[in-house]
Write a protein of this length. Structure first.
Length: 210
């Protein structure tokens, strides 16, 4: 339990969690299961891919209701954990975002996000094309604030892609994972692990999106 998140361990490239969200009513809460990728520059601990865990009845989740803890545990086991436990790789996360779930944005819907995944998977040609696309003035405003995610991704990865620096790309992605772990306050649960792009450089052929 980290703040209002129940985090599944270990935490690698993908974060899997149950989020007990606050509501206007102090006696109520909304439990969601959610996932997100860790290898991105972050300034907050928001999870962008989540889904509400409904009760068996139409009533809201209230902390003062007898037996609520048992029902919540059962619903988490029934609804959330089978999905969360099945997501063990980057490719699993990508497949989930492409599964058609309502309100689940596709991993490639935003160029900056697509660039991160292409780089992590070792698709350097695709990453270079996406990086060039990001510099289009309609996508990359000239007055974007310093440190903005939109600028960080192509500015940090662009030179590395130009040099075909796979080791440098992996180091940058790992640095962003560490930053995400700090934002989510889960540093002690995060376990750095090789990206597919690193396994390719070592002569190993990884499973897609491992």
């Amino acid at each position: 339990m980290v703040q209002r998140h129940i985090v599944l361990k270990p935490v690698g490239h993908i974060l899997r969690a149950i989020h007990l969200k606050r509501t206007i009513d102090k006696a109520s809460f909304d439990p969601d299961w959610g996932v997100t990728y860790m290898f991105a520059p972050r300034r907050n601990g928001g999870i962008g891919w989540d889904e509400f865990i409904q009760r068996r009845t139409r009533h809201s989740w209230r902390i003062d209701e007898p037996g609520l803890d048992e029902e919540l545990a059962e619903r988490i086991e029934e609804v959330a954990l089978p999905i969360l436990r099945s997501i063990t790789s980057i490719q699993d996360f990508m497949d989930l975002t492409a599964s058609g779930r309502p309100l689940f944005p596709h991993w490639a819907a935003i160029p900056a996000r697509r660039l991160l995944f292409e780089a992590a998977l070792g698709d350097l040609e695709g990453a270079r094309r996406t990086c060039c696309l990001l510099w289009h003035p309609k996508l990359m405003p000239r007055n974007a604030p310093s440190g903005d995610d939109l600028l960080d991704v192509p500015q940090k990865l662009g030179p590395l892609l130009a040099e075909d620096d796979r080791a440098g790309i992996a180091r940058q992605l790992t640095a962003w994972e560490r930053q995400s772990a700090q934002s989510f306050k889960i540093e002690k649960y995060w376990q750095p692990s090789p990206f597919p792009i690193e396994l390719q450089t070592s002569g190993t052929t990884p499973a897609p999106g491992a």
